[in-house]
Design a protein around this ligand. Structure first.
Ligand SMILES: [Zn+2]
Length: 243
């Protein structure tokens, strides 16, 4: 289907944006690309895995809801961007595996990655190959990726996209969510600061460099989320897939 045929108005936080929808369907990667505004090289992109608890139910056990909110806030402020929403509940293992993992963590005190492994699931089953190709199919050659996850940056680069990582700083919703952030930092090398309470990062002056930022030789450019200034509108850049 021509994405233009799906275009409609979308209202959030009192602001209207045009949105188009493209399906993604590959091995382990089912979902959609939501194209907000005019999509051009260098636009903001969020690759987000579904989390029923954190997003729809607003649970305070993880940071998925706040991350999604913040990504959409930044895309709206920029006037354009892409949200890739993937049906990758439970890091690709599904909601039952996630429930079993939570139950195991509650019982043993282990983090959720260890619990997945104890139950015979991969700690993280997600891939982003089809997603990267779908972004390239839009005509994109470079993106600003809203993520704390180096695996996502790496995956998109492997498919030939130039990626600038823009970390998402969010306030942890509870002690448990803070522990989960810490687990993602230590176990998966997510770019989450260590020398300041992550849940205080939205406070003025609370920003601090991520301990696990890539070395300077790495072409990834880390722009702290709080200091990030969206580009002024799409300007003269043509919409890559036509409006
Ligand atoms: Zn979550």
């Amino acid at each position: 289907m021509d994405p233009a045929d799906t275009e409609h108005r979308f209202r959030r936080n009192g602001q209207d944006l045009r949105v188009r929808v493209v399906e993604v369907n590959g091995d382990g990667e089912r979902g959609h690309l939501l194209l907000f505004g005019a999509v051009a090289d260098g636009c903001l992109v969020r690759v987000h895995s579904r989390c029923l608890y954190g997003e729809a139910l607003r649970s305070q056990d993880c940071d998925c809801g706040p991350e999604l909110d913040k990504a959409l806030d930044l895309i709206q402020a920029a006037g354009s961007g892409v949200l890739v929403y993937l049906e990758q509940e439970g890091r690709g293992a599904g909601l039952i595996a996630k429930a079993l993992g939570y139950r195991e963590s509650e019982r043993s005190g282990a983090d959720t990655f260890a619990s997945y492994e104890a139950l015979g699931y991969p700690a993280d089953a997600r891939t982003y190959v089809t997603t990267a190709r779908a972004l390239a199919d839009l005509g994109l050659r470079s993106v600003q990726l809203l993520t704390n996850n180096p695996a996502k940056v790496q995956a998109l680069r492997q498919e030939g996209l130039r990626v600038t990582a823009v970390p998402l700083r969010t306030r942890a919703l509870s002690e448990r969510a803070r522990d989960y952030l810490e687990t993602k930092r230590t176990r998966r090398k997510h770019w989450i600061p260590t020398d300041a309470a992550p849940w205080a990062l939205d406070e003025p002056g609370g920003m601090s460099p991520a301990a696990d930022e890539p070395p300077a030789a790495d072409p990834v450019v880390i722009t702290p989320g709080e200091n990030f200034r969206p580009r002024p509108g799409p300007g003269p850049a043509p919409d890559l897939i036509g409006a």
